[in-house]
Design a protein around this ligand. Sequence first.
Ligand SMILES: Nc1ncnc2c1ncn2[C@@H]1O[C@H](COP(=O)(O)OP(=O)(O)OP(=O)(O)O)[C@@H](O)[C@H]1O
Length: 320
Amino acid sequence: MIEIQNLSKTYDGRPPVLQGIQLSIEAGDIYGLVGISGAGKSTLLRCINGLEGFDSGLVTVDGIDIQALNKKELRLLRSQIGMVFQQFSLLERKTVYENILFPVKCQHFKVKDIDQKIRDVLELVELSDKIHALPRSLSGGQKQRVAIARALIMNPKILLCDEATSALDPNITQSILALLRKINQELGITIVVVTHQMSVVKQICNRMGVLSEGKLKVAGDVQDIFLNKRDMLDDFMGEESNGSRSERQTHLEIIQRVGENEDILSDVAIQTGVRFEVIWGGLNKYRDTVAGSFTIRVSEEDLPVVERHLNDRGVEWRKL
Ligand SMILES: Nc1ncnc2c1ncn2[C@@H]1O[C@H](COP(=O)(O)OP(=O)(O)OP(=O)(O)O)[C@@H](O)[C@H]1O
């Protein structure tokens, strides 16, 4: 649905902010774009809806080369791509109803039964009772729901979310993520999520791309990257791991997918009789399944026994 080929961009003769980006986002994906601050995530997002031009490469949306569009065509395309920002960007003097109506008015679009449509999107975002409220009387989470409703009023095929939950506290973040998931599933809208929060990616994204200094470091299935290519996430994994690299070098990482070898750790302990220490780890929910890994510290002496047992059980593991 969104194809990005060899995209490069510079701002005013400075070093490139995006270089040779190659990315493919399928219809129905919730795609996570992650990277540290300044990696180029927002710039890439703006290249997708034509808000930002680029120096070389190709961006197509549903097969349409966005750089080949004239102004009118680009406006039409943008109306099919909703956008949600960290700071909500609501009109403070307008009511919730007027905020949602705003893009329709602005673009002189004729939407049939607009009044009912606004009520429908408000129901979807569970904010019907705030229809005549002003933004200043709303919480952060409610404001973000209005921003999402405003994006949905144009019937977009794609929703771009730029750090949409970064300003929200954890409980509210959960409810907004659940709403994005619902929008994806019930309305079939493809969602691209720019975030620096790994927990967001794990919870709602099926695929992800990691940007680093303007280059795509890795892209693919979320579970695969978290379980098998964790080194690609080193820049952001501080919150998810503890222990220094040197401590971890002598450890074993055991990969666990739910359904197979449930309670691997007890199994290793009971069957080998080896004492080991669990250094860190845990299970995470990835959309519909649960998977994770554990890092254990085993003495050099006991290592062969544990390794043999894991191999016999067909458990995926690696030495760190
Ligand atoms: N309009 C602009 N003019 C000049 N430089 C810009 C402009 N917008 C972004 N940049 C630069 O491009 C680089 C990438 O910025 P971008 O906002 O895309 O990164 P990001 O990964 O989204 O960062 P953050 O998470 O902090 O928002 C940064 O070095 C930034 O300073």
